[in-house]
Ligand binder design. Structure first.
Ligand SMILES: *[C@@H]1O[C@H](CO)[C@@H](O)[C@H](O)[C@H]1NC(C)=O
Ligand SMILES: *[C@@H]1O[C@H](CO)[C@@H](O)[C@H](O)[C@H]1NC(C)=O
Ligand SMILES: *[C@@H]1O[C@H](CO)[C@@H](O)[C@H](O)[C@H]1NC(C)=O
Ligand SMILES: *[C@@H]1O[C@H](CO)[C@@H](O)[C@H](O)[C@H]1NC(C)=O
Ligand SMILES: *[C@@H]1O[C@H](CO)[C@@H](O)[C@H](O)[C@H]1NC(C)=O
Ligand SMILES: *[C@@H]1O[C@H](CO)[C@@H](O)[C@H](O)[C@H]1NC(C)=O
Ligand SMILES: *[C@@H]1O[C@H](CO)[C@@H](O)[C@H](O)[C@H]1NC(C)=O
Ligand SMILES: *[C@@H]1O[C@H](CO)[C@@H](O)[C@H](O)[C@H]1NC(C)=O
Length: 493
């Protein structure tokens, strides 16, 4: 009976997680080689993406999203803020021509009015709130002000201070438009939208921000906020909390924060050493797991945070350094640069087409620090439910010697890792696995390497490590196992 109760509890926990933060994608179109919007829509559906952000109200794009069930965030570009702020009639006409004919077939849920105005080369900041108010008035006349949420996106540059997070403060030079905007957001129950890029924090200051910290790696050194004692294990949380504390300082603590862009470039200039498909996959994989799991942040544990990953495609017309043009998950020919598990629950990359280009020369081995018990559990798990072929570590086989737990566990961990997408979550093993770029093969014992067969998604072993370390694997788990397909289905619906 106790077992049944235990399983029921796990079931509730998992279903609870289905209500986690939402993960969307930014569909930027600053390129001359992208597929037509209807082709893009097919790609988005193939990836089972449900939330998409665009930067304008391009009619072909809006039409392509009709009757797809995808929720769309559309944008008023900075260049339109002047006419939008000047005359209500301009906004009424825009709504009548660009939104109303396609709504609700196209499920528009957010309108961003202005994008990162503090970064705009032309000073348009003073126009944002008047434009937001006019959009609100137009929506109200159409009876849509409760259905479509209005906000505006910001860069982290709107803060004058972001470290430590508890010292987060808005730049007082922006108070003249920020205060009325925050009041508008509260009145309309709209979120504060921010674009967050741990990549730049790392790239601009690799000596102060470690790659592990930027990539949510469990191997990262914690950063402790001396004022609050809060422990930060990743840069993303620290950036969100700096916004949260800045809002608190102005007494806007009830505003929700939404991350309207974040991501990692897959390629960069020679000096941009962090910009690789492997790092991009690691960042986005860990981000999704973090968000879906409602981990929240140290200042707001358990808080639901919605994020939009930047970006769907590489965009060849973006100016600036090399990485600017390489934030995509896909090449313009729709082949994938790396794959992502959008459910955030699996340990396996869900292969929906496209090639995995990461994992060139990385292996996964047992950590030197791991306890014998943890290693044994991990080994049992990998060779059992993990579906690894462990014959090579049997007596008289090539990898039996040295006959130590660490050596056998390393062999099994690595095989599991290589078969399951070779991203760092596939080398977790309750914290006992570590990735290495050194080939652990010796003598005739050959460790599986990148490019080895990828297991197709095996839904029965998919979520095993999302919430349970192998050490907690027991027979209750087999019971739970049988229910997982139902739970996953419930989450996806
Ligand atoms: C931008 O314009 C506003 C009002 O028009 C002004 O108060 C502000 O100082 C300007 N900001 C900059 C950086 O010039
Ligand atoms: C605050 O914003 C002003 C106007 O953009 C800028 O000149 C100044 O450097 C900023 N201050 C800080 C501390 O970032
Ligand atoms: C690292 O942080 C220190 C102290 O905040 C600062 O003085 C230094 O300029 C930073 N280094 C880099 C490379 O940004
Ligand atoms: C994916 O793999 C196929 C077959 O190996 C290859 O033809 C294609 O060019 C690859 N695509 C990318 C984007 O690497
Ligand atoms: C993998 O490494 C080899 C040799 O260093 C290199 O030629 C190849 O381009 C790499 N592949 C990827 C996908 O990075
Ligand atoms: C393992 O121990 C070493 C040295 O004691 C330490 O530097 C490292 O961070 C530890 N690794 C893990 C994963 O705990
Ligand atoms: C999927 O996993 C189950 C349970 O571990 C196993 O019995 C089955 O053979 C696996 N299927 C494939 C296609 O690997
Ligand atoms: C959620 O995330 C926390 C911390 O990142 C982790 O300890 C926990 O195991 C995760 N839970 C699930 C269900 O993934």
């Amino acid at each position: 009976m106790a077992h049944v109760a235990f399983v029921a509890l796990l079931f509730l926990l998992l279903v609870g997680h289905c209500l986690g933060g939402k993960v969307g994608i930014c569909y930027g179109r600053n390129a001359d080689d992208l597929p037509a919007p209807d082709k893009v829509m097919q790609l988005i559906q193939q990836q089972s993406l449900k939330y998409v952000r665009i930067y304008d109200t391009n009619i072909d794009v809006i039409k392509a999203f009709a009757n797809t069930g995808v929720e769309l965030m559309v944008g008023v570009p900075n260049s339109d803020l002047l006419p939008f702020a000047q005359y209500q009639s301009n906004v009424d006409t825009w709504l009548k021509n660009s939104i109303l004919p396609y709504y609700p077939a196209t499920m528009i849920t957010y309108i961003t009015v202005g994008a990162e105005v503090t970064e705009s080369p032309v000073n348009v900041s003073a126009l944002v709130v008047p434009a937001m108010r006019n959009v609100h008035t137009a929506l109200k006349k159409a009876g849509l002000h409760k259905k479509i949420t209005i906000s505006s996106t910001h860069s982290l540059g709107i803060l004058s201070r972001s470290f430590p997070p508890s010292a987060g403060a808005f730049n007082s030079s922006y108070a003249y438009f920020l205060k009325p905007m925050l009041e508008f957001l509260v009145e309309n129950q709209a979120p504060f939208m921010v674009d967050l890029y741990p990549y730049y924090a790392y790239q601009n200051s690799p000596s102060n921000v470690s790659l592990n910290y930027a990539l949510f790696s469990p191997q990262s050194q914690d950063v402790i906020d001396p004022n609050t004692g809060l422990v930060y294990t990743n840069m993303f949380d620290a950036q969100i909390d700096s916004i949260f504390f800045a809002l608190m300082a102005l007494n806007f603590k009830t505003l929700k924060i939404m991350v309207t862009e974040t991501g990692w470039p897959n390629k960069g200039a020679a000096k941009e050493t962090g910009a690789t498909p492997d790092n991009a996959q690691t960042y986005n994989t860990n981000l999704i797991r973090h968000v879906v799991n409602d981990s929240g942040t140290p200042a707001k544990p358990g808080e639901e945070i919605d994020v939009y990953i930047f970006s769907l495609f590489n965009e060849n017309r973006k100016p600036g350094i090399e990485s600017e043009r390489n934030w995509g998950l896909f090449f313009p020919d729709q082949s994938s640069i790396y794959s992502l598990d959008w459910t955030g629950r699996g340990n396996v990359d869900i292969m929906t087409g496209g090639n995995i280009t990461n994992a060139n020369g990385t292996w996964c081995v047992a950590s030197a620090n791991a306890s014998e018990t943890d290693l044994q559990n991990g080994l049992n798990w990998a060779c059992g439910p993990g579906n690894v072929d462990c014959s090579a570590i049997q007596p008289s086989q090539p990898c039996y010697q040295p006959d130590t737990l660490a050596s056998h566990a390393s062999y099994a961990f690595n095989s599991y890792y290589q078969q399951n997408g070779a991203n760092d979550v596939a080398c977790d093993f309750g914290g006992t696995g570590v990735r290495t770029t050194k080939d652990p093969s010796y003598d005739t014992c050959v460790y599986m390497a990148a490019g080895s067969k990828m297991s197709t998604t095996n839904s029965s072993n998919l979520p095993v490590q999302s919430g349970f370390s192998p050490s907690r694997f027991d027979k209750n788990f087999y019971l739970l196992f049988s229910m997982l397909p139902i739970m996953i289905a419930a989450c996806i619906v």
